[in-house]
Design a protein around this ligand. Structure first.
Ligand code: NAG
Ligand code: NAG
Ligand code: NAG
Length: 585
């Protein structure tokens, strides 16, 4: 609403640049595919001249995105146990939306988390792009980006329309050949806007356009990041940034400005969005930097001023990008210093430090450390607990080059190191929460594809051992007492998703970029036995037990038991992915 007077829509002129796009990769596939090392090699110290442990971790993260692909797979695909899948996605609206990625273990596709994930990966490649080259990941970065970007390009290829989700809250648990089709599809449009998804998708396309144009982000006030040179493709960059402009036009001119689940029924069970200011800043800032469009700098700064930034608490995740926003505007202020009188590096540097300082000093509201040292956000960390911690860790690593003094930089770096170490084995259970890296890695990520199981009622036992290793998957994470049961049915703990892995892409790229001065990942040399605690008897709720104890009638007990049975059957998928329902902070 606040932007209305700024732009009068010119959507007619934009029609010419709509339409699907080429998905041909720029980087040639390597003669021999990069394959994950077996977990048994997790204790082998890195030696100069061969694949380092950080390169292993890094490569595995991108391998995970291959395992999550949907649609037609490329020839000689390295994830040999995957098949072409759900080719009918989009047919009911005359689009091919069969590509892209499955969000998690439940096979749905959602543009809101997808665009965040692509933005986060692209952001990493605009700061530490050399790492992708060093670790021989250019091809996998390119193919991962194009697979996601191509899906967004297709989903936005009809005028004034954006497809935002495919699939519903079904309870399908099985392989990739049996997914029930056709699947439900959900969209927003100019007449029923999803301001957050318009702008969030623009952010992903524009950030990637910068990679394909060879334009790095400023690393600090005086130094640029690096981009992986092999991805240079200026024609593709042009396609991406033109579509980003179309989507930013929708984000700023379609009324009313609102979150996407207000525009379409049937999507708020999974990834409800809390607001759209953060996405507007991200989308406008990246699109401005990708295109040189100065009025979008104004859009970004207006949204920043209107949206009560900087934030003093809350998480950084697929929904809430607020803690990242000031640092991006600091970089924009370096890249486009004359664009607006408000592009003031020192202001955004200071704003960026507000959230980070509260975090690393342990004084942020509603946060704590678990006894074992995992950063914990009340209300948010009860599922996918590692995700906000790793997102924060990555922001700390990225921000250490932007600070006003070296004391802050070292405190950010050491806080980040603590969370990364925890994830990679420095925790009370000696568990490595990334699959396939080490003998102590978690082994039962909640993925029906990797598990090979097809009986939801026996999700933990059929099969007992996952059929395939889902390399690179960062699982949800332990509970607030550092307990992790490694059970598929405990989806809050065991479910990996596109967005649980993407911070680790950036973290690993950061450490690869440090070269031999980086410490080894914590798991190297971890020989203490892994502890897998037994899940406490799930059983009846406290209320039901109390009811029995005081002799409430039998019918009530039966009802309680029936409810528990119902919930325990449904929870692995039914409640899956509804990670948090927010109040605005
Ligand atoms: C892929 O297809 C093969 C049969 O051709 C099947 O055995 C395998 O389970 C399928 N993979 C998945 C992930 O469902
Ligand atoms: C950073 O990159 C931009 C765009 O490529 C360039 O114009 C600028 O001069 C570079 N700045 C530094 C400090 O190298
Ligand atoms: C800059 O962005 C605005 C807002 O999306 C748009 O209306 C305008 O046409 C763009 N300018 C150029 C030169 O692309």
């Amino acid at each position: 609403m606040f932007l209305r007077s700024t732009y009068l829509a010119t959507s007619v002129a934009l029609l010419s640049i709509l339409g699907p796009t080429s998905t041909l990769a720029q980087v040639a596939a390597p003669a021999t595919a990069w394959e994950p090392a077996p977990a048994s090699e997790g204790n082998t110290a890195s030696v100069a001249g061969s694949r380092s442990q950080w390169e292993s971790t890094f490569g595995d993260t991108l391998w995970f995105y291959d395992a999550q692909r949907s649609g037609v797979l490329p020839d000689n695909f390295r994830v040999t146990w995957r098949n072409d899948s759900v080719l009918t996605d989009g047919q009911s609206v005359d689009l091919d939306l069969s590509g892209g990625f499955f969000d998690a273990g439940n096979m749905v596709k959602f543009i809101h988390p997808l665009s965040w994930v692509l933005t986060q990966i692209a952001h990493s490649a605009l700061l530490h792009g050399d790492a992708y080259t060093t670790a021989e990941q250019e091809y996998y970065l390119d193919s991962t980006l194009r697979n996601g970007l191509g899906w967004i390009m297709n989903a936005s290829s009809q005028p004034d329309e954006l497809y935002v989700a495919i699939g519903n809250q079904s309870t399908y648990w099985g392989g990739d050949l049996g997914i029930p089709e056709p699947r439900q599809i959900f969209s927003v449009g100019r007449d029923r806007p999803g301001t957050d998804v318009f702008a969030g998708s623009a952010a992903a396309l524009a950030a990637a356009a910068m990679i394909y144009a060879g334009t790095p982000l400023p690393l600090s006030q005086t130094e640029n990041g690096t981009v992986p040179a092999g991805l240079l493709d200026t024609a593709y960059a042009t396609e991406l940034r033109e579509r980003a402009l179309v989507l930013m036009d929708l984000a700023t001119t379609a009324e009313p400005q609102q979150v996407y689940q207000d525009a379409t029924d049937g999507v708020d069970w999974a990834y409800p969005s809390s607001n759209y200011y953060d996405e507007i800043v991200l989308g406008a800032a990246f699109t401005a930097m990708a295109t040189g469009n100065i009025s979008l700098v104004t859009t970004a700064l207006d949204a920043y001023d209107f949206g009560a930034f900087p934030t003093r608490d809350g998480v950084l995740n697929w929904d809430t990008k607020d803690p990242l926003v000031p640092s991006l505007l600091a970089r924009l202020s370096v890249a486009m210093p004359d664009a607006d009188s408000r592009t003031d590096f020192a202001r955004f540097q200071a704003d960026s430090e507000v959230w980070l300082d509260l975090l690393v000093n342990g004084t942020m509201d509603e946060t704590m450390m678990t006894p074992g040292g995992l950063a914990w956000w009340e209300d948010y960390s009860t599922s996918s607990s590692l995700n906000p911690a790793l997102n924060a860790a990555l922001l700390c690593l990225w921000s250490a080059d932007l600070t006003s003094n070296s004391t802050k930089s070292s405190s950010y770096l050491s806080w980040a190191q603590g969370q990364v170490d925890y994830t990679l084995g420095r925790n009370p259970l000696n568990t490595v929460y990334q699959v396939g890296l080490h003998p102590n890695s978690a082994t039962n990520p909640q993925s029906s594809l990797a598990s090979g199981g097809d009986n939801i009622d026996k999700i933990d036992t059929e099969p007992l051992v996952e059929r395939w290793v889902l390399y690179g998957a960062v699982v949800g994470g332990p509970n607030s007492q550092d307990q992790y049961y490694d059970l598929r049915s405990e989806w809050q703990q065991s479910e990996p998703a596109l967005d649980t892995v993407s911070p680790m892409v950036g973290i690993a790229a950061y450490f690869v970029n440090q070269g031999s001065s980086a410490p080894e990942p914590f798991y190297v040399g971890l020989t203490a036995a892994r502890v897998v605690p037994r899940r406490p008897r799930a059983g009846l709720s406290g209320g039901a037990i109390a009811g029995i104890v005081v002799g409430v009638i039998l019918a009530l007990a039966i009802l309680g038991a029936a409810m528990w049975f119902f919930m325990s059957r449904r929870s692995p998928l039914a409640a899956s992915r509804r990670r948090r329902k927010f109040m605005q902070g």
